[in-house]
Design a protein around this ligand. Structure first.
Ligand code: AGP
Length: 604
């Protein structure tokens, strides 16, 4: 939800931290701030707006302190104001926080902190509490403070009388750190570390970090030093830069063919799916008689595609649950249920807590995650990492298609293990999956044609995506994409259901994007299209038709290559992503950083 970074070394920290905040800005961008510490004391600069506003604010500062912390905020407690921006300073303490402190009001009353506070935030209460407990021993003050907190936190802290030093501690909210010849760096995720080192470690929960220019000391709450496992980032800094594209989202749409190749090919052995290198035990497939898929947002939509495929090809029941609902519904799962969890960031707290609940009920858990060493990956029994590289745009695209590809891999592996599909059928299936990147490359050639549709949609107040079967599952993701980056309201509807009420909303020029790639229900969808066309809708038809003979059917036809019905998802996904992207761009919006959103939702 927020981006946090700390640096201490031999060079001025100001530009290092602001540069790091720019790389973390996709995590939240309501306000930004920096605190610098040297022998002269603490200096804080912060304001609402994006990091560029902070850069302007600090432009004329001759601040040359070599130790500091920085924060980009996604507001949770308290409005978007300068006072509520981080860092928060109280007495000798200054800190930045990612997470939510659920008992902050009780703490204000219990410790009489009200007079110390100037903001509406829970984070400032932590600073005030730390300052109250601080009597010269930072570790003691941190332990006492953390003991009093209830909720999620990742904290970077500086004490005015300890120059050159940053302390940090986390429980649920993510933090990673590294030390190199430049100094010590800590951040919310590796995109802000990568320019210093490819090696990093995940900050262990409830451990205190002491960062100085010479190194990072990690101690548990008993004061015992621990050496966290060192991980290596398998992508370079260019992956986290735009590379000439106007927005990260467009770059990431075009990265999908390689992202799918990098995810699928390492799991192909003898033309069959193979999870040996991933350490995924076939027993989890052999021993399950049903599946539970749990995720949020786009990741959940990828799970729904997986449901469609597994139920159609393997006849195994699959339940897909919204993680935030799953957690509180006392779900019907047991040791015969395999729970599949999907998450690009691996830090979505709703998904993480749902995972823990599934495990507590005896279900084996397999997570599909894009960030190595993330919390969800570490909590799961098994992990199938996707290799999409960093996804910077808040709106998920390549992470979605690699999650879908991972579900195809799991479907095929499970079918083989349970002897529900023959090896020869599995080989044919895998051959089609291996060619999915080519389908996407073929579809991307129509990008300009798709761009023209945006002009119709950008003026709309309501847009509908309709389809049946796999096309309906794709419509769910399409509607979310359009809403979250263009602010045009969109709704996905099972094509056959529209006439049971919602068709009342179809009027002159209301855009309806109709997916008709599933041959077994093609005629039915065409009938549904005629129903909306007859009421004045502006219809975009996405199908495999060579050409459309009856002009009465649609206003625009986007043709996808001739494909097996199970594999049209890789073509329609790209089309729907581009429709959303071009609509947002046509409206002059910040496609990568839509209002109110953040890349990783680490609060409930
Ligand atoms: C997708 O475009 C959204 N940014 C959002 O729905 C996202 O998919 C969801 O928050 C889940 O995130 P995760 O995959 O990192 O768990």
């Amino acid at each position: 939800m927020c981006g946090i970074i700390g640096f201490t070394g031999d060079q001025p920290a100001k530009d290092i931290i602001i540069g790091g905040l720019e790389r973390l800005e996709y995590r939240g961008y309501d306000s930004a701030g920096i605190a610098l510490l040297d022998e002269k004391g603490i200096t804080v600069r912060k304001r609402t707006g994006k990091v560029e506003e902070l850069r302007k604010l600090c432009m004329n500062d001759t601040l040359d302190a070599c130790c500091g912390i920085g924060h980009t905020r996604w507001a949770t407690h308290g409005g978007v104001t300068d006072a509520n921006a981080h860092p928060h300073r109280c007495g000798q303490v200054v800190l930045i926080h990612n997470g939510i402190i659920e008992n902050y009001r009780q703490l204000v009353t219990e410790y009489g902190l009200a007079d110390k506070l100037v903001s509406e935030t829970d984070s400032e209460v932590v600073a005030a509490l730390l300052d109250t407990f601080y009597e010269g021993d930072p570790e003691a003050a941190i332990k006492k403070t953390v003991k009093a907190l209830s909720g999620a936190f990742a904290l970077c802290i500086m004490f005015e009388d300890i120059p050159g030093t940053i302390y940090a501690i986390r429980n649920v909210s993510p933090m990673v750190a590294t030390h190199s010849e430049s100094g010590s760096v800590i951040a919310s995720d590796v995109t802000a570390l990568i320019e210093y080192s490819n090696d990093y470690f995940v900050v262990p929960e409830y451990h205190i970090l002491k960062l100085t220019r010479d190194g990072i000391l990690v101690t548990n709450l008993k004061g015992k030093e621990v050496k966290p496992e060192i991980l290596t980032v398998n992508w370079d800094i260019k992956s986290a830069q735009k590379g000439g594209y106007p927005f990260f989202m467009l770059k990431e749409i075009y990265e999908q063919p390689d992202a799918i190749r990098n995810t699928v090919m390492p799991r192909v052995e003898g033309d069959l799916p193979d999870f040996t290198e991933d350490g995924i035990d076939d027993a989890i497939f052999e021993n399950c008689d049903k599946l539970m898929v749990v995720a949020c947002g786009t990741a959940m939509h990828a799970g729904i595609v997986g449901k469609h495929l597994i139920e159609k090809l393997l006849r195994i029941p699959v339940n897909v649950e919204i993680a935030s609902e799953f957690r509180y519904k006392d779900p019907i799962i047991d040791e015969k249920t395999l729970t599949i969890v999907l998450s690009q960031s691996g830090e979505t707290i709703d998904t993480l807590e749902a995972l823990k609940l599934a495990k507590s009920k005896g279900s084996k858990t397999l997570s599909i995650v894009n960030v190595k060493g993330s919390t969800i990956a570490r909590e799961s029994d098994y992990v199938l990492y996707t290799h999409a590289g960093p996804e910077i745009a808040v709106a998920s695209t390549k992470a979605y298609t690699v999650q879908v590809a991972a579900m195809y891999l799991i479907t095929c592996r499970m079918g083989l293990v349970k002897k529900l599909i023959s090896e020869s059928d599995a080989r044919k299936f895998m051959a089609k999956l291996i060619s999915a990147p080519n389908i996407i490359e073929e579809t991307l050639k129509d990008a300009n044609d798709i761009k023209r549709i945006a002009n119709h949609i950008k003026m709309a107040t309501d847009t509908f995506y309709i389809g049946r079967g796999l096309d309906y599952t794709m419509s769910l993701e399409a509607a979310l994409k359009l809403k979250e980056i263009s602010y045009v309201h969109a709704e996905a509807y099972a094509a056959g259901e529209l006439k049971h009420g919602t068709i009342a909303l179809i009027a002159e020029n209301v855009p309806v994007i109709a997916l008709a790639t599933q041959e077994d229900v093609y005629a039915k969808v065409i009938s549904n299209i005629r129903e909306v066309k007859a009421r004045g809708a502006y219809v975009v038809l996405v199908s495999m038709d060579e050409k459309i003979d009856d002009p009465a059917i649609c206003d625009k036809h986007i043709r996808i290559p001739k494909l097996d019905p199970e594999f049209t998802a890789f073509a329609t996904a790209v089309i729907l992503q581009l429709i959303a992207y071009y609509t947002s761009e046509a409206k002059g919006l910040d496609v990568d950083k839509p209002r109110n959103l953040a890349k990783s939702v680490t609060v409930e």
